[in-house]
Write a protein that binds this ligand. Sequence first.
Ligand SMILES: C[S@@+](CC[C@H](N)C(=O)[O-])C[C@H]1O[C@@H](n2cnc3c(N)ncnc32)[C@H](O)[C@@H]1O
Length: 243
Amino acid sequence: MKFVIDERGKKYILSDEIDFQSDLGIIKKEDIEKSDIGDNLITHLNKEFKVIKPNINDFIELMNRQCSILIQKDIGVVLAHTGIGSGDKVVDAGTGAGAILLHFGNVVGDSGMVYSYEIREDFAKIAKENIDSFGLTNIQIKNKDIKKGIDEENIDLVFLDLIKPYEIIEDAYESLKLGGWIAIYGVYLDGIQISHRILKKVGFKNISIVETLNREYEVRTHGIRPKTRMVGHSGYLLFARKL
Ligand SMILES: C[S@@+](CC[C@H](N)C(=O)[O-])C[C@H]1O[C@@H](n2cnc3c(N)ncnc32)[C@H](O)[C@@H]1O
């Protein structure tokens, strides 16, 4: 398997068992097989595909997924706001395809651990394959309904991306260590509002609701300006700390 990027910046995963075909031409499987990182693969139409080592974002972009995933602007805020890092223990639910989960595994490193709950067996299987292909060994995917309880203790961060996250808040409080964070991602403000009330009732502190807007700029002949289109909405983030 090789990870390549074409002249337009489009990314692909190529198998070395079949010829690769695209609108930019065909690459022979023999050429794919003997290629290495840094090589240029040339199609029969003389178009170049650069072989690269995928980083986490390249991998997430092309990985197998059956449901919506968190996007970079929201993942970045979760990592920065909670400050998780090397050696930390994280609980994540639901797993989905495992986008934010991969980032958690990436930042906690070999001395940390991430436990991810997924109610659907088929989704848990796909996420496990994604994690294995990326090569992280500090993630355990649990095919379990998180409403039935969080098994882990002394956790640094509980992250919830669920329809009714407020059903898990009391349990999350119990599993967190002092100073640990809960982060909730929700598409609708209604769920965030209920969660906010329950966080206060349970005794969480430093509660805040955040929405991140990401405006990209374009460089034109006459100047630099914001792009006309942007992602209007992904979700809200609700943070709180056990103190
Ligand atoms: C939107 S996806 C999560 C996406 C993920 N956060 C990511 O970044 O890729 C929500 C997932 O939660 C799972 N789920 C829903 N209820 C659950 C529960 N009670 N326990 C565990 N997983 C649950 C769903 O099956 C679905 O896969």
